[in-house]
Design a protein around this ligand. Sequence first.
Ligand SMILES: [Fe+2]
Length: 264
Amino acid sequence: MKKITLEDILDPITIKTFFTEYWGKKHLVIRRNKFKNLFTWNDFNNMLNRYPDIKGLQIIKDHGRWCLDKVRKGKMKAPMLSKEEVYQIWAKGNTFVLPFSEYENKDLVDISFAFERYFGPGYCNVYASPRGNSKSFPAHADQTENFLFHTEGQTKWTIYEEFAPLKKGKPEKILDEFILDAGDLLYIPQFQFHMVETIGPRILCSVHFHNKDKQSLSSFRITTDKENKRNKWYNWVPQLYYGDDHKKIDWPKMQSDHWKKKLL
Ligand SMILES: [Fe+2]
């Protein structure tokens, strides 16, 4: 299977155009890309049904976040929630965040490798909301380069002219407002103010990265997958097995001799 490259992710924008015209300067919307199925309602269902055995569920509530990991480790003074309670909070309309979801499927791992040739190490947060007007964040700026893959429903975005740090107060100058659908990709530069509102049930994957050390257009470094310390994606489906001599062993030899005799 062909590996995902940054060309595939940014198509039809070229890598050169992206870095010279958008990187660190302005947001970019790429409509209808190939990554609509990165994380679907089905994936969300499977993951939430594993509760409480989830790596780090976060729930955005009126007065901040409820973080499963922090509650579990005693770092947050809040009650542990039962699965039924978590389901009821979801049903009431709260937004859920699933951090560190980059190993949920091969495409997300491939995408991370593709970005990390050009950026530093990254992570994927999945944001899911069950309905419109779900509680979300006020206008803010992030410290990372953000690539937002929309996979379910629609999301309303406001992009501001201002970049952090602000001289004072909140951002005021709206640069752009738009609605994104499943399959759309949004790039928001590091430190640019933005706000997201839910207008219906939706899922998006925020794949975000710091920049490589001292990365600039005049001295731009692209690294290889080999240099990347990220864990590889392995295909665990037993199709071909390699013996000690590194030669392929085919299916009949992988079957148990005992049962082969009985079945023949
Ligand atoms: Fe953000």
